[in-house]
Design a protein around this ligand. Structure first.
Ligand code: BGC
Length: 750
């Protein structure tokens, strides 16, 4: 969503006057106390009996509600900058969405905020939020506990800021790595993404905040996202993008699912009966509510019948229009009751009614520690040759730190995920750092400063890299060169290429030619192509590393933390190896095709004919070599695997094996379990079916055990609308990456 640039500091703009007028009007219409807000204590009503189930409690409230009250819950009240519903409603907490409560019935308002890697809009609201490392970095940890902490931190900060709903939990699969929102998501595999988002949501909802999984579904590119019609066959969809949501919904009991902008199979996702009712509500038995992405609602009766429960951010279709549709019989009241019941049920189930948020000061210090720990667990060591890492501060005399803004900060991902940096954008004058939708925001976490503090007796010098020759000259004179290479990515855009932008590839090649002890630290939200990979000694993928990114990177560079992350997506050698050499772009705004879209006809098409072959499944099936495979990541120690045993049981398959730390440092190994299905299943060569992250001291061995859900071994049978295990020989493969699976065992399953 586009946010308005705000009102000037001096003088009174037109919109400021509208705010004043609306405050006056609102005070007349709603004297203090009539609007419920988080923090208000609900009155005593029979449904406040906490021994009743959320369903019972919700049903009791629905019975008492008037039609107008029901309709209040079915839509938001606008968002700043989105005319004609702006300015913000008077009791809005300043987040992306606000739904007034029903004080008469003790139902509090819903205060929604974007919160992908931290709570958004803290700057314009005069608050502070921790920026965690990007969601994709969380996924790279493959650590369910870290994922829980990730969600819990966001939940705590939402509550402290007065919100009771998160618009986080992005889980679109990395089907198209050039998607500008890849950093907000959890990689290319449905089992990894589904289980990780499940843990994030559990941590979040445990703070009594409504969680939300988004963007449902197949919103895998930003280009023309409001018009694109996605074509994919049902089996492939159920086994890929939808499976991620299915696992996420099941693991987390998420309160809400946000339907996406795009169309799928001809219908907009937010009025798509197959997606919302047949699959989400019927097959997966999702008891929560569906809200539309911002301005992704397109109708009243069609959307309601398809299963959309709530319109955001305003009331174009679900306010007065909905009332008319109910009164004229176009929308049955039973349908409205179901929408309302689902919203209330989620509110009871997540505790937002029994335990409303209370504003307080965010735990800044605790938040920074969590952000750093998760960043350290999510930074992937991709290359380490000639012993270039870890750096030994006692032996190094000189370090060249090179790269855009590495003296002051690290870049973050933009769009509605953007978290505002303390003190403002690190590359702006202090105090002038207000963030805007399209700005590239650098967090004030300075690699240069932290590296200097780690190597106090070395000469540490900085060069921006703007002139590769001068950077190379500095590198030549240093013991080691550290290049911080960055790429900004954001909602509302896709990348044309996975290469580093500008002259950064040339810069890296020039520096590496001058000093082979060159380490590249990547600050990106998705895969990178690296024509220079063979020339450098080390490569770290730091993603968007968050508030304490520099500390986390430095701890890995200097070996205070042993890297343990693994890639949640394949890094291809070139865009030519992707399923689609280019992203399909929308027609030109003046073309006849665009006129059709503007007239509400199905938009331009993208066809995911690679189907289930997302990420590594594609490269495996097509025999395409990759730069760095899915599940890959190095450590400063080494591991060996042995003693694989596979035990098919009545309901699950149990896999056990032993992992030994064969090196000299303690570490944590992500042990990955894949399965090859029988040929008759007609599936790609292998799929991830589970993993275990094992912490091991030097020389230590541990037994790991992974229980495989039979669904992960099944195919989706469209005719039977059911998962089906194909009888035959399955091979279970275990190892440290999707391309290093030394343990294998066949098992026959019926
Ligand atoms: C984004 C959503 C976001 C919403 C509210 C939309 O543009 O797609 O992810 O939650 O805006 O800010």
């Amino acid at each position: 969503m586009i946010l308005s640039a705000g009102t000037p500091c001096t003088g009174r703009s037109r919109s400021a006057m509208v705010v004043v007028a609306s405050i006056f009007l609102a005070c007349l219409l709603f004297p203090m106390g009539l609007q419920s807000r988080p923090g208000d204590k609900p009155a005593s009503h029979p449904w406040m009996n906490t021994t009743l189930s959320p369903d019972e409690r919700a049903a009791m409230v629905v019975k008492e509600m008037t039609l107008d009250e029901k309709i209040t819950l079915l839509h938001g009240t606008g968002m700043e900058g989105l005319s004609p519903m702006s300015p913000l409603a008077i009791h809005s907490n300043g987040g992306a969405g606000y739904v007034p409560g029903i004080p008469r019935l003790g139902i509090p308002a819903i205060q929604m905020s974007d919160a992908a890697y931290g709570v958004r809009s803290s700057g314009e609201n005069g608050r502070y939020s921790t920026a965690l490392p990007a969601d994709v970095a969380g996924a790279a940890s493959w650590d369910l506990e870290a994922a829980y902490e990730y969600g819990a931190l966001i939940g705590r900060e939402l509550r402290a800021q007065g919100y009771n709903m998160s618009l986080g939990g992005g889980i679109n699969l990395t089907r198209e790595p050039r998607d500008g929102r890849t950093f907000e998501y959890l990689g290319e595999d449905p089992v990894l993404a589904g289980k990780m988002v499940g843990s994030v949501m559990k941590g979040l909802q445990a703070q009594h905040v409504l969680g939300d999984l988004k963007h449902y579904a197949l919103n895998d590119q930003e280009s023309g996202r409001n018009a694109v019609n996605v074509n994919i066959d049902k089996r492939a969809a159920r086994e890929s993008d939808l499976l991620a949501f299915e696992i996420g919904v099941r693991e987390s009991n998420a309160a809400a699912v946000m339907c996406s902008y795009n169309r799928v199979g001809g219908d907009y996702a937010c009025e798509n009966r197959y997606l919302l009712t047949d699959v989400l509500k019927n097959d997966w038995k999702f008891p929560g509510f569906v809200l539309s992405d911002w301005q992704a609602t397109h109708s009243t009766a069609k959307a309601s019948a398809a299963g959309l429960d709530h319109e955001e951010p305003g009331e174009i279709f679900y306010g007065a229009e909905m009332k008319k549709a109910v009164e004229s019989g176009k929308v049955p009241i039973a349908e409205v009751d179901d929408h309302v019941r689902r919203i209330l049920r989620s509110m009871f189930a997540c505790g937002v009614i029994d335990d409303p948020p209370e504003k307080g000061v965010v735990d800044v210090i605790g938040g920074l520690d969590v952000a750093q720990t998760i960043a350290e667990q999510g930074i992937v060591l991709l290359k380490n040759e000639r012993g270039v890492l870890p750096l030994d501060a006692s032996k190094i005399h000189s370090i060249a730190v090179i790269g855009p803004h590495a003296d002051v900060g690290m870049i973050s991902g933009g769009g509605s995920a953007q978290v505002d940096p303390p003190g403002g954008n690190a590359i702006m004058p202090p105090g002038k750092g207000r963030t805007h939708w399209d700005d590239q925001i650098w967090f004030p976490t300075s690699p240069f400063k932290v590296i200097r503090s780690k190597a106090p007796s070395a000469t540490v010098q900085y060069d921006s890299g703007a002139d590769p020759a001068s950077a190379a000259a500095l590198a030549k004179s240093a013991d080691v060169a550290l290049i911080f290479a960055a790429r900004w990515e954001s909602e509302g855009m896709d990348l044309d290429s996975l290469a580093l932008p500008g002259k950064q590839s040339e810069l890296i090649a020039a520096v590496a030619a001058a000093n082979p002890r060159t380490v590249v630290v990547l600050e990106t939200g998705t895969a990178v192509t690296m024509p220079w990979a063979d020339q450098v000694g080390g490569i770290l993928e730091a993603w968007y590393a968050g508030s304490r990114g520099a500390e986390a990177v430095a701890n890995i560079l200097f070996g205070e933390v042993n890297p343990s992350a693994k890639l949640p997506m394949t890094f291809p050698k070139s865009e030519a190896d992707l399923p689609h050499p280019e992203i399909v772009k929308p027609p030109h705004r003046l073309s006849d095709d665009w006129k059709k879209i503007a007239a509400g006809l199905p938009g331009f098409q993208t066809t995911y004919d690679e189907g289930v072959k997302v990420g590594y499944k594609w490269y495996d099936a097509e025999n395409k070599p990759v730069l760095f495979p899915f599940g890959y990541g190095l450590s400063y120690t080494t591991y060996s695997y042995s003693k694989l045993a596979v035990a098919p049981g009545k309901d699950v398959v149990r896999v056990s094996f032993s992992v030994t730390n064969t090196g000299k440092r303690p570490g944590a190994e992500v042990a990955e379990v894949y399965a090859s299905l029988p040929t008759a299943a007609g599936e790609p060569p292998k799929r991830l079916v589970g993993w275990s992250k094992i912490r091991l001291n030097a020389g230590e061995s541990k037994e790991a055990s992974v229980v495989i859900d039979p669904k992960y071994l099944s195919i989706f049978n469209v005719d039977k609308n059911a998962w089906q295990l194909i009888p035959g020989d399955y091979t279970i493969l275990v190892g440290g990456s999707s391309q290093s699976l030394l343990l294998k065992e066949s098992v026959s399953l019926k």
